[in-house]
Design a protein around this ligand. Structure first.
Ligand code: ATP
Ligand code: MG
Length: 512
């Protein structure tokens, strides 16, 4: 499994069941795997409570319902209950724990869920999850005390203690933020599936929709987009939203490996396949069996290996390097590239049949500059919060208006990754407030405008020797471009008045 368990300390000491959770830090920054994490967590809680299984419910405010976020439920995907309905619904409505020693003799117990799942509930204990203000936002329940027993008052105390920790951990996630946001703006549905993916602009919403639909199938997904647009993030989102979420997500980066090793990496080899192959080794397809293989930088896949991949896509089978035995696998394939594969097909560098097989669902991630200023701001603020935690900065720094303007005016060739790095360094360098000078963006737009009457010669970054006036002219042009022609904003970025800018534009023949 991917790294999330590594970063997480779940110490379930038998003598101290409330220590199941403990390292909240594990959750933060691992949110793409939040679903898988919550699954594990609920399992751990159930085990430490000596219960057969557990369920975590959260409140979907706009619909007035509880939905199961992580349930030990192979049978059905999600349970939804009206607030007030059933035991968990009652806990959500009243905020008081409910302990049901014997479900059969209990009128509050709603047998409908058992009917749906085929599970037989005997005993049940449910406690509320409360936010910092004491308001209930979910319910944690455990079912069927092992050995046919019942949960007692001590169990109730323990589960409440665990719930307090779970609540605290959850409040640090974007899932929680999303629930609260949906409450404030009920017309926008809750984005349950996109932990850590920030963005509400139209192009991003369109992508969420496709991902949600495609994830539930086994369709091959091709992610395209400039560097740093979130291709890997979405590859993971596809996985965690699929029925394969508890199985491995295995990444193969074709750009990180020499061409000759990729085949081996993907398909493994038999003993004696080549010098040094002393043992049979499984490839990533076998390792990922049941799960998802993410082929990153697909455009770098050597032609001979493309044929072998095509066969996996068509028949889910292959032979290991140096082998004759056919291996069958059940994997879902997600691929990413920043290259124009259609063009590569035309140039004979990429197999046409593979191209069509792989882009069953094609997602083109928009460049950051095309997501609008609101998304940019949201993502920037998200990174301020995560960098604050990551670097143990005591107080989350404020983002000054000038710095925000500067972020908005920049064209972000490195997209979200560049923004992430930029904000991270600003958070570390600043002193309580991020100012434009804390943003490590290219020099040009930070130069104070030199006075044009000083006809000096200067060396441009290109190596040309330019008149100072020409440097200024180019600088103004580039800033204007970044401000998308908005003079007020360009003037602000240049640190001059709007009138001065107008005068200079005339002077340089850039406007009448
Ligand atoms: N919408 C988003 N919200 C929050 N974080 C994002 C978003 N998109 C990308 N990121 C973050 O930006 C960084 C770059 O994303 P990712 O690695 O997925 O990009 P990529 O398209 O695979 O880039 P490359 O082509 O360079 O490999 C990651 O840290 C990722 O978590
Ligand atoms: Mg990538």
């Amino acid at each position: 499994m991917d790294s999330f368990l590594a970063g997480l300390t779940m110490t379930a000491k038998p003598d101290d069941p409330s220590s199941v959770l403990l390292s909240v830090g594990g959750l933060v920054g691992q949110e793409v795997n939040l679903d898988a994490f919550l699954h594990q967590l609920v399992d751990r809680i159930a085990a430490s409570m000596q219960a057969d299984r557990g369920t975590l419910y959260l409140i979907d405010y706009p619909r007035g319902e509880l939905f199961s976020r992580a349930a030990h439920l192979p049978e059905i995907k999600q349970i939804r209950l009206k607030i007030g309905q059933g035991v968990a619904g009652a806990v959500a409505a009243n905020g008081a724990p409910v302990n049901i020693p014997s479900a059969r003799d209990e009128s509050r117990f709603n047998p409908d869920i058992d009917k749906m799942t085929g599970y037989r509930t005997t005993s049940l204990l449910a406690v509320p999850l409360r936010d910092g203000a004491g308001e209930v936002f979910g319910v944690l329940q455990v079912l069927n005390r092992l050995g046919g027993g019942r949960f007692d008052a001590e169990d109730e105390q323990r589960l409440s203690a665990i719930a307090a920790q779970v609540s605290q951990a959850l409040q640090a996630t974007s899932l929680y933020t999303e629930l609260k946001r949906a409450r404030a703006r009920p017309e926008q549905p809750v984005g349950y599936f996109f932990n850590k993916v920030i963005g509400e602009s139209a192009p991003m919403k369109a992508i969420y929709k496709v991902v949600q639909k495609a994830a539930q199938t086994d369709a091959t997904v091709l992610l395209r987009g400039e560097s740093g647009t979130g291709k890997e993030l979405f590859a993971r989102a596809v996985h965690v939203n699929s029925r394969r979420r508890d199985k491995p997500f295995v990444k193969v980066d074709c750009a990180a490996l020499p061409g000759s090793l990729i085949e081996n990496e993907l398909f493994g080899h038999e003993r004696g396949a080549f010098t040094g192959a002393e043992q049979r080794q499984m490839g990533k397809f076998e390792v990922a069996n049941g799960g998802t293989v993410f082929i990153d930088e697909l455009g770098e896949l050597p032609l001979p290996v493309q044929g072998k991949l095509l066969r996996v896509l068509q028949d889910r089978e292959f032979e290991r390097v140096g082998g004759t035995q056919t291996v069958q696998v059940d994997v879902r394939i997600v691929a990413a590239t920043h290259r124009d594969l259609a063009q590569m097909v035309r140039e004979g560098k990429f197999r046409e049949d593979l191209y069509y097989r792989i882009k069953v669902v094609e997602l083109v991630l928009p460049a950051l500059r095309d997501r609008g200023p609101e998304d940019l701001e949201r993502i920037a603020r998200h990174f301020i919060a995560t960098a604050t935690k990551k670097h143990h900065v005591e107080r989350e720094p404020k983002l000054s208006t000038a710095a925000l303007d500067r972020l908005k005016a920049y064209h972000w060739p490195g997209n979200v990754r560049e923004l992430e790095n930029c904000i991270e360094s600003a958070v570390v360098l600043c002193d309580g407030e991020i100012l434009p000078e804390h943003l490590p963006l290219p020099e040009t737009s930070r130069l104070p405008p030199p006075a044009p009457e000083l006809a000096m010669k200067v060396a441009a970054p290109t190596g040309e020797v330019l008149e100072l006036a020409e440097v200024e002219r180019r600088h103004i042009l580039s800033v204007l471009e970044r401000a998308q022609g908005n003079r007020t904003q360009a003037a602000k970025l240049l640190g001059i008045g709007r009138n001065t800018l107008g005068r200079k534009l005339k002077e340089y023949g850039l406007a009448e």
